[in-house]
Structure formats: C-alpha cells, structure tokens
Design a protein around this ligand. Sequence first.
Ligand code: PMP
Length: 359
Amino acid sequence: MSRCYNFSPGPAALPEAVLRQASAELLDWGGSGMSVMEMSHRSAEFNGIAVEAEACLRRLLDLSADYAVLFMHGGATTQFSAVPLNLGFPAGQADYVNTGHWSSKAIAEAGRYLEVNVVATSVEENFSTIPPQKTWSLNDNAAYLHHTPNETIGGVEFFWVPEVEVPLVADMSSTLLSRPVDIHRFGVVYASAQKNIGPAGLTLVLVHRELLGRAAAATPSLLNWKITADHQSMFNTPPTYALYLTGLVLAWLEARGGLEAIEAVNRRKAEKLYRMIDDCDFYSNPVAEHCRSLMNIPFTLADDALDKIFLAQAREAGLLNLKGHRSVGGMRASLYNAISEQAVDVLIDFMRDFAASRG
Ligand code: PMP
C-alpha cells in the first residue's frame, strides 16, 4: 500500500493514524461486537463517543458553556440558509462581506430570505484582498454581520476579527482548528467538517446560547439551532460515523499539542511554499501579502499551456489534487493539518525541478 501526498481542498487528507485506528476498530468497536456504523445513535456506546468528541472540541477551542456545540447535517451550504432563518428576523436585513466565491454563495442564499447589504467587496480586485474594516459601510438595522474568514478557492484569509455591534457570524469551514481563534468574539461559527475536522457529512455549528430561540416560524426543525441544541444534536439520526471519525481527529490534534502547536507547523508549511513561489519567476500567487491563506495556496505557472503537464508529472510523483478550482483555474495546494511538513518539502522540490526543466 502506498499513500499519496493529497493536497485536496476537501474532502481532504485525514491523519493516517486516525484512518489506522478506524480501520482497526471497523468491525468491533471497543468490544461491542459491532461497528460504530451499526450502533444506535441512542446507545450508551455512541453517546459516549459523541460526548467525548464535544468535550475534546471544547478543550481545543477553550470554549465556554455559553456556547452550544451543534453537530448538524448538510454542509456549510445548508448553514447559508440556516443563518438568515435563525438570526435574520424580525430585522429582515443583514450585513455581508464579500471576499470571494464562498461569501458570494452565502450572500445569494441569504438573499432568498432577507435584504442583504453587501458592506464591502473585493470583487474589483478579483478577490485578491480583504477591504479594511474602516472602508465598510455597516448598517445599524442589520440583524448580524456575516463573513468568510478563509476563502478556500481564492486563498484569502482574515488574520483579524471584525469589530461590530451586531452578532458576528463566520463561515470557518477551511480555517477552524488550523490555529487558535477566540470563538467568544463571534456569535455563530460554522464549518463543514471535510477539511480540518473530519469527513464530509458532518457540519459543526458553535452558537452563543443568547442567540438561540430567534428562528423564523417556518424554519425547518432540522435547521433550527435551538431545536438541535435542545436535542443534543439528535433530533433525528446524526451522521454517526462521521461524528466518530471527527472524535478521532480531535483526539489526534489534542495529542499533537492542540491549536498552538499545529499553528506553528501550519505557518512553517505555508511560509516556505509562499517563499518558493515568490522567489521563483515561474510561479505566482495573486493574493495581497497581509491576507494570504495558511490553508489554501493558489498559484499559476508562467505559461498556462504547461498546466496539464505540471499536473501529470505531479501525479507521477505522487502529488495529487493540485488543480485549482474550475472557476479560477491554475493550481492550488491545500495544506490542512493532516498535511505534514515533509509533504510540503516534497511539493516544493517537485515545483523547483519542474520550473528548472522548463526555464
Ligand atoms: N464555505 C467554504 C469556505 C468552503 O470551503 C466550502 C466547501 N469547500 C463550503 C462553504 C461549502 O461546503 P459544503 O460543500 O460542505 O456545503
């Protein structure tokens, strides 16, 4: 068996130790005689798995009891609807910052329910930067402000937290657990699991308890954060196996020293790849230096006619999923927690050799 270097933006590489543990426990979890996949979500065994996953997440994030942790379905995309339904009324309007593909999707979906004020956008800069807060036009009547701390496709990341009077909402799909963040500065944080948290199928929502109970009457029960919180995320059958795997990923992260330790590794990985791209005329990254993502690094080759050859040779070298998103082209390396520093070194060596052979 040989495992590739997988730079996928998500579903993304999982820690090998986690996959090995899951494999060892696949047929018989903890002497129960069954797989976690076969357990009732209401069994004592599964309850223990869910409770420990939540406790581990709270320890990693240093999250207070003021916040509910919700394990939901439907991906971050479903939260694009859940946010306006749970928080948008009676005001009927909300502020959104548009820094790229995923902010735009959130804005389009919210617009089906309420009046969306786009308070700032970097569309004129081709989403290569983040407008500073002093240029935003915030609205007094907004029910909340939504932003996307890391744009997975554009590779643009906020290294600061907006200061607003209204509840701050963040789609942290591709940044949560990559470094310490003070969740207490946010009203709601949500994230798809399939980057740094676990496998696809699970969506994490962290919500300040003060914000529960405001949902519009027509909100589907499964999208209602209060109903979800009141039922310990088991209003219906949760994605049990995804939740179990998430628990293993969280324990792996904790054993590695938690978020400060992983941040140090993530910074080293990203810095060395950006440095190589900047030092080599053959590659370029379009993002303004102050907001270059630690997790997703898009880059282009000097001649896009070479893209296919680059990807084919990368594949031969065991480096997979480097193709940029279809909406922007070029390349992208996603360096989530499960990507080792050594994997980034191999990528950098490959890129240098490729540039030299074409230079
Ligand atoms: N927001 C961000 C920042 C993302 O990166 C993604 C997925 N790549 C999504 C939302 C959508 O996630 P899902 O497909 O799980 O709904």
